[in-house]
Design a protein around this ligand. Structure first.
Ligand SMILES: *[C@@H]1O[C@H](CO)[C@@H](O)[C@H](O)[C@H]1NC(C)=O
Ligand SMILES: *[C@@H]1O[C@H](CO)[C@@H](O)[C@H](O)[C@H]1NC(C)=O
Ligand SMILES: [Ca+2]
Ligand SMILES: [Ca+2]
Ligand SMILES: [Ca+2]
Length: 577
């Protein structure tokens, strides 16, 4: 047996050696090389071998850095030596030859050249090259054998200690430690070689699987010692994979707290170790227990009765928390604990939706944020469309658990926008007397209206729908409604040379107003109130001495004004219904 394998190994070596060994020498050796001569030589090794060169003779012109004549030696295109001058056989053998060698499966190349002159005759060089085995075990630290390495001519192989086997990568020694424990209701799983130090390069996987009404309990027993790095990370690791996630990795010297309840009837205990260290590992006893249901059926709800543990067939009433409802609109339902540890049925409790607040579009009331979020506890804020209104009521409302928008003061009726009358814009003032009066500025008298046809006249806005004017401005034109304009200050004067001493023709229906002196408001604008309506007077010609204007006294008609407005608005509302 031994003799046969010896022959098998020797034979290929003999064949290749006859091809890949021989002499290499400089041109003209041994008579001597001529100027301007050169030689390029290369040999490549088959897998698992290398090419070695042994120089037996070197006699070349010497020069600084061998710049004249040189013998360059390359291993795999990398220059490993440059030689010139004379060296004895002993010198070559001790200091040059040992490193003239290619890598495993690599090439060795020579490049010899001489320059244009020779000061005297030089014989050149001669060497013997051989194909040699590459000793991977000795010379290649990356050979990959995790335990034993065996060199042979043309290759190497790895082997393992007792109890290990060589992995499919043919380099790593590992242990047989995976087991399918399906169907087993209890037992013990430990690291390889427990209670001794566990094996290096282990990858163990223990599959646990039982019927779906059971779940696993893990108890760690005895010493726990799984290699942990200085940085706290697991060098070697124990993990428990379940259908709902992975527990771990566990390592160090403190076992995971026992018993470890795995809410699953499937589990895989996985243990991996690297190539170093001598730690003792773990031992875990596994058992099974009936599945229980979790302490919550669905978020944002409470369940009755409250228990520390819910077993199969337990029934509870699930009530959505305030602010949450079922999509059916109901607030509660019954759910039962199934044998597999899940609740059924499960309906989610969703937050109450108050919906977009319903405000009439013809109203001055508006939302600060036009497209607000409308779920439980979301907020909306109201404002009035312009400064000619003020908000009456609360401005902020919250979506309440009842599904109604409710103000901080508990109101569920939205606020109103009430007209603000008689306030000129900030920065302008309607004060001053009519005598020798001046032209009004824009927005100084925002309640003033003008009509031009069929008859010229004025009017005063007294809220956002009603204006007050003199009867003769509109009387007789009911069939052909009069148009009033606001926001103007350039109404054409009626009579040359006469809205500067008193009211005049064409002012009919316009306001006579006084500031209410006690009423300075926040921005210092003074509120004005309507005292009179321009009615009639003597012709407003400068040449006439006695000038008088006559006004309707508004105060006398307050009751009639209020009644008329309220009757008409009421009528309109009823019509709308
Ligand atoms: C050797 O190679 C060098 C550079 O590639 C070249 O200049 C020289 O002529 C070659 N010599 C021979 C004999 O082929
Ligand atoms: C383990 O064995 C069971 C049968 O006993 C089989 O159904 C299951 O597929 C196996 N699991 C693995 C991971 O081999
Ligand atoms: Ca020379
Ligand atoms: Ca070898
Ligand atoms: Ca280790």
């Amino acid at each position: 047996m031994l003799a046969v394998s010896f022959c098998l190994l020797l034979l290929p070596l003999h064949v290749t050696a006859s091809i890949l060994s021989g002499w290499v020498e400089s041109p003209g050796y041994p008579r001597g090389y001529t100027p301007d001569s050169s030689l390029n030589w290369s040999r490549c090794a088959p897998p698992g071998h290398s090419i070695a060169l042994m120089l037996t003779h070197l006699d070349m012109e010497d020069s600084d850095g061998c710049e004249n004549d040189a013998l360059e030696i390359f291993a795999d295109d990398k220059q490993i030596d440059v030689l010139c001058g004379e060296k004895s056989f002993e010198d070559l053998a001790s200091s040059v030859n040992p490193h003239l060698r290619s890598s495993a499966s690599g090439c060795l190349s020579l490049s010899f050249h001489s320059d244009f002159s020779n000061t005297k005759r030089h014989t050149g060089f001669r060497g013997f090259y051989t194909l040699q085995d590459f000793d991977e075990c000795d010379e290649d630290p990356d050979n990959g054998c995790t335990q034993f390495c065996h060199n042979y001519i043309g290759g190497y192989r790895c082997s393992c200690r007792l109890g290990y086997y060589l992995d499919t990568d043919r380099h790593t020694c590992t242990v047989s430690c995976s087991e399918n424990l399906s169907g087993s209701l209890g037992g013990v799983v430990s690291s390889p070689f427990w209670p001794g130090p566990y094996s290096e390069h282990s990858h163990c996987s223990y599959t646990l699987s039982v019927e779906d009404n059971l779940q696993f309990l893990l108890h760690f027993t005895g010493e726990f010692d799984v290699e942990q790095g200085q940085d706290g990370r697991c060098v070697d690791a124990l993990t428990v994979e379940t259908s709902s996630g992975t527990l771990g990795p566990f390592c160090g010297s403190v076992a995971p707290s026992s018993p470890l309840l795995i809410h699953s009837n499937h589990a895989r205990i996985v243990f991996t170790s690297d190539g170093q260290g001598s730690n003792y590992g773990f031992s875990v006893r596994y058992s099974t227990t009936a599945k229980t249901c979790p302490g919550m059926v669905t978020p944002k709800s409470t369940m009755v009765p409250q228990k520390t543990k819910y077993n199969q067939d337990d029934t509870v009433t699930v009530t959505c928390d305030p602010g949450s409802v079922l999509d059916t609109g109901d607030e509660e339902y019954m759910s039962s604990c199934q044998r597999t540890g899940v609740w059924s049925p499960v309906y989610p409790c969703e937050p109450v939706n108050c919906g977009q607040p319903d405000i009439p579009s013809d109203n001055a009331l508006q939302l600060v944020d036009n497209d607000p979020r409308t779920l439980f506890l979301d907020e909306i804020e109201f404002k009035c469309e312009s400064k000619y209104y003020k908000l009456e009521g609360d401005d902020k409302y919250i979506c309440a658990a009842s599904g109604m928008w409710t103000s901080v003061n508990g109101k569920d009726i939205f606020p109103k926008c009430i007209e603000v009358c008689g306030i000129p814009d900030k920065g302008s003032s309607a004060s001053g007397r009519i005598f020798g009066g001046r032209e009004a500025k824009l927005r100084e008298i925002p309640w003033q209206l003008l009509t031009k046809t069929p008859r010229r006249g004025g009017a005063s806005l007294i809220n956002d729908r009603w204006a007050l004017t003199a009867a003769h401005v509109v009387d007789g034109y009911e069939e052909n409604p009069t148009t009033f304009f606001g926001g103007l200050i350039d109404g054409v004067k009626v009579k040359e040379g006469a809205h500067g001493e008193d009211s005049c023709r064409g002012d009919s229906g316009g306001p006579l107003f006084f500031p209410r002196l006690s009423s300075g408001n926040r921005d210092n604008s003074v509120a004005h109130h309507l005292v009179g309506i321009v009615s009639w007077g003597s012709p407003c010609d400068k040449t006439i001495e006695s000038k008088k204007g006559y006004y309707t006294k508004v105060e006398n008609y307050l009751k009639w004004i209020k009644e008329t407005i309220s009757r008409e608005d009421q009528g309109e509302e009823n019509e709308g219904e």
